[in-house]
Ligand binder design. Structure first.
Ligand SMILES: Nc1ncnc2c1ncn2[C@@H]1O[C@H](COP(=O)(O)OP(=O)(O)OP(=O)(O)O)[C@@H](O)[C@H]1O
Length: 234
């Protein structure tokens, strides 16, 4: 199993067209942790995730991934979006095989690994279906399988369960916790939902006022107290 990626954000300023969204942020992300990012709408959660993915270059400062500056996307850092980023013309199996193909994994091995991931996310009967034949929850399962099949060292998730109904969302949260137990990947997960944050996180980062308002460790903490602290800062 490959180790999770550690990140260091060092005086990081991000924005668009000259407008600043985050100003001089310093933050360490520990290898293997689940870091959940919360914050009011427009506080820069997705912007931060895009920068970690290498999709948005910093105005100032640096993002280091295991000490090396992030410059562009990499198979080491997989992304999962709210609206599924699946290729509509490829079956479930061929979507999940994609990161393996990009990594140069041989065809038979690719098929075997994709099958294993499809089974782990509970879609064994659906591997030859096209994305349009699946429910929203099933499509998010495929995205999860695809992200993890590439054995990434970090998974960047932008409100992946935001569009799902409450029951499917709870199922997906359980599934995520379950599959993460079998990997050492670092997870950075953006959500609006404080309860989701507390369920999934090792640490919660609250963004606001162009900066990190606070970083809270979740393990062993009192949930009600943590929830109240986060809600106060949002
Ligand atoms: N491509 C873009 N071009 C210009 N401005 C953008 C772009 N994407 C985001 N912004 C602006 O940057 C700010 C932060 O947006 P971002 O999407 O990161 O916030 P967020 O915290 O993820 O919000 P939400 O919770 O509503 O998704 C907002 O003011 C937004 O309008």
């Amino acid at each position: 199993m490959t180790a999770g990626l550690g990140f260091a954000l060092d005086g990081l300023s991000l924005g668009y067209g000259g407008g600043l969204v985050l100003r001089e942020v310093d933050l360490e992300i520990v290898p293997g942790e689940v870091l959940v990012v919360v914050g009011a709408s427009g506080s820069g959660k997705s912007t931060l995730l895009r920068a970690l993915a290498g999709l948005l270059p910093p105005y100032q400062g640096r993002i280091l991934a295991d000490g090396a500056e992030v410059a562009g996307t990499s198979g080491e850092r997989a992304m999962v979006f709210q609206d599924d980023g699946l290729l509509p013309w490829r079956t479930v199996r061929r979507n999940v095989e994609l990161p393996l193909k990009i990594r140069g994994v041989a065809r038979r091995e690719r098929a075997a690994q994709a099958r294993e991931w499809i089974e782990r996310v509970g879609l064994a009967g659906a591997q030859d279906k096209l994305p349009r034949e699946l429910s929203g929850g099933m499509r998010q399962r495929v995205q999860l399988a695809r992200a993890l099949a590439g054995a990434p060292r970090a998974v960047l998730m932008d409100e992946p369960f935001g569009a799902l109904d409450a029951q499917t969302r709870a199922q997906m949260q359980r599934l995520l916790l379950d599959v993460l137990r079998g990997t050492r990947a670092t997870v950075i997960f953006v959500t609006h939902d404080v309860d989701e944050a507390l369920l999934l996180a090792d640490r919660v980062v609250v963004l606001g006022g162009q900066d990190v308002r606070s970083v809270l460790g979740v393990a062993g903490g009192d949930r009600d107290e943590l929830r109240a602290r986060i809600l106060k800062e949002l």
